[in-house]
Design a protein around this ligand. Structure first.
Ligand SMILES: Nc1ncnc2c1ncn2[C@@H]1O[C@H](COP(=O)(O)OP(=O)(O)OP(=O)(O)O)[C@@H](O)[C@H]1O
Ligand SMILES: [Mg+2]
Length: 139
């Protein structure tokens, strides 16, 4: 199934993520792909809002990953700086792909597609002028 949406601003991107979040089961992985500033982290903020996570979602770039707990658990991984699956294994992150508990969202998932489970939901972000983003959800 494929859904293509033009988002006119961050709130719309978050609303789209909340809509997806309601359909996600335990152990699912959301793979996010798109250039800098296209809205990947904004989308994760929408997932977090749907899970009633009280903390602010920050870019996990320096830590590689963070786990947030609300009504449900959200793991947030950023593969921007990761080159190999071995690196991911070393820091224990393959255990979150897929997670035993909660949902895992992965920014820059296309950097290491082999690390992403086969049944992941893929979300592609593209700049479409100004605040517009073309967002494609494939599952
Ligand atoms: N329609 C939109 N959807 C999402 N973000 C938008 C939109 N319009 C404007 N923005 C702005 O674009 C920026 C998107 O930043 P965000 O951190 O979500 O991108 P990212 O894809 O995670 O970038 P990075 O690759 O650096 O991690 C934010 O400042 C947000 O406010
Ligand atoms: Mg980001």
């Amino acid at each position: 199934m494929e859904k293509i949406v033009i988002s006119e601003g961050p709130e719309e991107t978050m609303a789209l993520a909340m809509d997806l979040a309601r359909r996600l089961g335990e152990g699912e992985v959301v793979a996010l792909v798109g250039e800098l500033g296209t809205g990947k982290t904004t989308f994760v903020k929408g997932l977090a809002r749907s899970f009633f996570i009280p903390e602010e979602i920050l870019s996990p770039s320096f830590l590689l990953a963070r786990t947030y707990r609300g009504q449900r658990i959200l793991h947030h991984i950023d593969l921007y700086r990761v080159r190999t699956i071995e690196e991911l294994e070393e820091v224990g992150l393959t255990a979150l792909l897929p997670p035993e508990e909660g949902v895992t969202a992965v920014e820059w998932a296309d950097r290491l597609p082999r690390a992403i489970p086969k049944n992941a939901v893929w979300v592609y972000f593209e700049h479409a002028g100004g605040d517009r983003r073309k967002i494609t959800i494939r599952r």
